[in-house]
Design a binder for this molecule. Structure first.
Ligand SMILES: C[S@@+](CC[C@H](N)C(=O)[O-])C[C@H]1O[C@@H](n2cnc3c(N)ncnc32)[C@H](O)[C@@H]1O
Length: 684
């Protein structure tokens, strides 16, 4: 949770552990709720008097996460950008101008407007016309100097021309002509030439419009991928899931998903946004803090230089909620060495106002009625936390982390509902004591953070990005190289209700911030729809799988591969075919038939009925060819076509044979790879 070397939390944790006597430990162990645990620990002198200034100072000297805006640094980066422009390296210039923006204090609007104008020039050279227009809009909104405006209007007009938005281009050329009147530093001859060119363009464009019957301009292109949509209806009780899924419950497995009807391989079963998600610190300068998308053309936070956003919308969402409070405590959080899980536990609080929690607190112990909503904290509160099975040491450790997070919340202004507007002063960290006036907040919010830390241990997912090479010019296929990169941690409340199987029925991938879950095999009505928490039976031996699931998720796995000792992929016997018993009476037995079998009617050892293997073999005849065609399409990056073939192969397999056998898992694996490739990818 928090033991990262180099961070200062570990030192805090060790110091507290060494200084808590047995009586205090016992008192702590006898407390029966999270609120009391946090209040008690925070009231101990050993916590109150703990001074983290020295440790923080050491980390601050590292300089990896700067705390303040820095105009001088911004100017240096801008100058570097200028040098890149002179060398014609527009890609580098784009990067440097974007970096420079991060450091410009928000009040320096002139500086920012010039940076946006410069970046628009780089984008224009890089043929990113929509982005050029967006930066020009920003630079004008920030009051770009009037005597220079002719440049950006002309750039705007030419970008619009490329995008065939001719009517808008006409108005931009008109603006260029007007702005040239104010271009008092531009030499006369150049000014005249630009005016003549713009007038000529206006003439041509106006004539063209008349000839074409005055058509409407095309709509601007949408940048963000659309939210994936479930086909068919959603489950009214669990709206993030398809109606093909229902949530059942029993004493051993808790809640789990089952199929309400036969589900076909490839079907989309769930699309969900995270309740809370946190980007890893190391991607804070390359990916959007809010939606985790890679952003080569970032928007800076107006208050801190530590994070960036892919759009005004993401920036606004973050600033209206969690980032208002996290802005100045982020460097501390990162440098503390606490894990992303701890940060999510905090984010689950900062994304809502304190009043939200005060209002829901009294009914928190009963599960909410009505549809199960992703943004309802009460659903998260009722996810599995295995509190009754935890050791005293485990709870103490998590409460120590909570004490630190509560202190950060105090510093952030969260308890007052007033986000702080300046970086943290070291003096504020000379004690971990939280002001007495916040004692109720420490109990309420601290208790919830402690609960979050327990829930997240079993319910958080990794958010990953698939890296793939750039498509070659003229080719629109994207071949993914399969390298997946762990970007962020998040909790998806509906997906968190799916149990594990070592032979999972689904694959998950990301589309923007949404997680998408699709069936990777055919699943019969009434069967469990399981996902996978890590170990897969084809590659990890049973003992290892069971041990890791027990250690991490605290359950004994009893899935089919575990119960029936299924072999690893490498040990699957290729000499036999596993026919499903084909008797008139339903029989779940498998009839193992050697490949060189001369009989065509084979008796089932369980029901004694005969299975006609010739019929089965006939239906399998086409599978090999179909699979090969799927592989060929996949190799060429035609994932949609490949998926169709693999889905057909699985259909044929499922009518005749019973897993596990190699060709079935080859096909499942290929189908999974195709889904990942069409799902989440990023082009570095
Ligand atoms: C992400 S939750 C899954 C939903 C959970 N069953 C519930 O009721 O909310 C993970 C927890 O579910 C339980 N679980 C998951 N897979 C299981 C399985 N195959 N058999 C038994 N329990 C399982 C374990 O307690 C695990 O810690």
């Amino acid at each position: 949770m928090s033991q990262e070397e180099g961070g200062f939390f570990k030192k805090f944790h060790d110091a507290i552990n060494q200084n808590i006597d047995d009586v205090t430990r016992n008192n702590f162990a006898n407390l029966e709720c999270n609120a009391k645990r946090v209040s008690y620990l925070c009231s101990l002198p050993v916590i109150k008097s703990y001074d983290i200034r020295g440790d923080v100072e050491k980390c601050q000297a590292g300089g990896e996460f700067p705390v303040k805006k820095d105009l001088e640094k911004a100017r240096e980066l801008k100058d570097e950008g200028g040098k890149a422009v002179r060398k014609g390296d527009w890609g580098k210039a784009l990067q440097l101008y974007s970096q420079s923006m991060l450091y410009v204090p928000a009040k320096e609007t002139d500086e920012l407007s010039i940076l946006y104008a410069n970046r628009s020039a780089a984008l224009n050279h890089l043929e990113q016309y929509e982005e050029t227009l967006a930066d020009i809009k920003r630079c004008l909104a920030l009051g770009y100097p009037r005597h220079l405006r002719y440049k950006v209007y002309e750039r705007k007009a030419r970008s619009l021309l490329v995008l065939k938005r001719n009517k808008e281009a006409i108005s931009a050329f008109q603006d260029t002509i007007s702005a040239l009147d104010e271009a008092n530093k531009l030499d006369k001859e150049k000014r005249q030439k630009m005016r003549t060119d713009a007038k000529l363009m206006l003439e041509i464009l106006n004539k063209g419009l008349v000839l074409a019957g005055n058509p409407k301009d095309p709509e601007p292109l949408k940048k963000t991928p659309p939210k994936p949509k479930l086909p068919g209806k959603n489950n009214p009780q669990y709206p993030a899931a398809s109606e093909a899924i229902q949530i059942d419950q029993d004493d051993v497995r808790g809640r789990f998903a089952t199929a309400t009807r036969d589900i076909e391989a490839g079907e989309m079963l769930l699309v969900e946004k995270p309740h809370s998600g946190v980007l890893l610190g190391e991607y804070s300068k390359t990916h959007c803090q809010n939606c985790f998308m890679k952003c080569p053309i970032p928007h800076p936070c107006p208050k801190c230089p530590n994070v960036l956003f892919c759009s005004e919308k993401c920036l606004e969402t973050a600033l209206k909620s969690y980032h208002a409070y996290e802005c100045h405590i982020l460097p501390l959080l990162w440098k503390s060495g606490c894990s992303v899980t701890c940060h999510i536990a905090l984010r689950m609080i900062t994304q809502n106002k304190k009043d939200y929690f005060t209002n829901i607190y009294k009914d928190l112990d009963s599960k909410p009625n009505g549809p199960y909503k992703t943004d309802d904290y009460r659903n998260i509160y009722h996810l599995v936390s295995h509190e009754d099975k935890r050791t005293k040491q485990d709870i103490l450790h998590r409460t120590q982390m909570t004490a630190f997070l509560v202190k950060l919340l105090e510093i952030s202004g969260y308890f007052e509902g007033k986000p702080r507007d300046k970086p943290v002063d070291l003096e504020e960290l000379k004690s971990m004591a939280v002001d007495e006036k916040y004692k109720d907040d420490v109990a309420l919010i601290g208790g919830l953070i402690l609960k979050n830390l327990q829930v997240l241990q079993f319910n958080a997912h990794e958010v990953f990005e698939l890296r793939c090479p750039k498509p070659r010019v003229g080719q629109c296929v994207i071949k993914h190289s399969g390298k997946s990169v762990f970007l962020a941690g998040a909790v998806f409340p509906t997906l968190a209700l799916f149990n594990h199987s070592c032979d999972p029925g689904v694959v998950r991938y990301f589309c923007g911030p949404h997680i998408v879950v699709r069936a990777v095999k055919n699943i019969k009505k009434g069967e469990e729809v399981s996902e996978n928490y890590g170990p897969i039976f084809t590659t990890v031996p049973k003992e290892k799988r069971q041990a890791s699931l027990k250690e991490q998720y605290w359950f004994d796995c009893n899935c089919a591969p575990c119960k029936d000792n299924w072999p690893l992929y490498s040990e699957m016997n290729e000499n036999y075919m596993r026919f499903k018993c084909d008797s008139d009476r339903p029989c779940s037995n498998v009839v193992a038939v050697p490949h060189d079998c001369k009989e065509f009617m084979v008796q089932c050892g369980l029901c004694q009925q005969y299975t006609n293997i010739l019929k089965g073999l006939k239906s399998l005849q086409d599978t090999e060819m179909m699979y090969r065609l799927g592989r060929a399409a996949m190799e060429e990056g035609k994932y949609g076509e490949a998926m169709k073939k693999f889905i057909d192969v699985l259909k044929l397999y499922d009518t005749t044979l019973a897993p596990p056998y190699r060709s079935y898992y080859d096909c499942v694996q290929d189908l999974r790879s195709c889904m990942l490739a069409v799902g989440n990818y990023s082009i570095p």
